[in-house]
Ligand binder design. Structure first.
Ligand code: ZN
Length: 141
C-alpha cells in the first residue's frame, strides 16, 4: 500500500515495533523513537518513505493535525516541559535523511536549553549584532 525502502527503520516501525506506536493515522503515524531525548519525545512520520518536499497535501494536513493533537497532549502530560518541534530534513544531520519525520521533544526551556543538554554547550543565548543577523538573512534570501 505504501512505498517503503528496504532497511529503513521508519518504514518498518508500524509493522514491527507496535510497542513504540502512539497513534496511527491514514497517512502518518506517531511513535516513540528508539533513543528518546526526554520522556514524552515522540516522532510524527509519514508511512511513505519520502522527503518533506514530496509529501502530498493530504499527508501534510494529517501531519499538522497529528502534531497539534500530540502537542496538546504533551502540554497536558508535561506542563513544565512544553514540547519543541524539530523536523528532520533530508540532510546529513538526520539519522534517516530520506524519510521525513518531525520530533516533538518536551523541554523545560527553549531550543538553546535542549541543544545545551544534548550537546553539552552553554544554554545561554548568544545575541548577535544586527549586522551579523543581516548577513545570515541575506545568505538565505
Ligand atoms: Zn522509510
Amino acid at each position: 500500500m505504501f512505498s517503503m525502502a528496504d532497511d529503513c527503520p521508519l518504514c518498518m516501525i508500524p509493522d514491527t515495533k507496535p510497542a513504540q506506536l502512539v497513534e496511527k493515522g491514514k497517512y502518518v503515524y506517531a511513535a516513540i523513537p528508539y533513543a528518546p531525548i526526554e520522556p514524552g519525545h515522540v516522532m510524527i512520520v509519514p508511512y511513505r518513505h519520502v522527503r518533506l518536499k514530496n509529501l502530498t497535501p493530504l499527508e501534510l494536513v494529517e501531519l499538522r493535525d497529528m502534531t497539534c493533537f500530540l502537542e496538546d497532549k504533551l502540554v497536558r502530560l508535561y506542563p513544565n516541559n512544553q514540547p519543541i518541534d524539530a523536523s528532520m530534513l533530508g540532510t546529513k544531520h538526520a539519522s534517516i535523511p530520506d524519510h521525513y519525520h518531525a520530533h516533538l521533544i518536551p523541554s523545560p526551556a527553549n531550543m538553546n536549553y535542549l541543544l545545551a543538554a544534548y550537546y553539552g554547550r552553554s544554554p545561554e543565548r548568544v545575541i548577535l549584532p544586527e549586522s551579523e543577523l543581516e548577513i545570515m538573512a541575506q545568505r538565505l534570501r
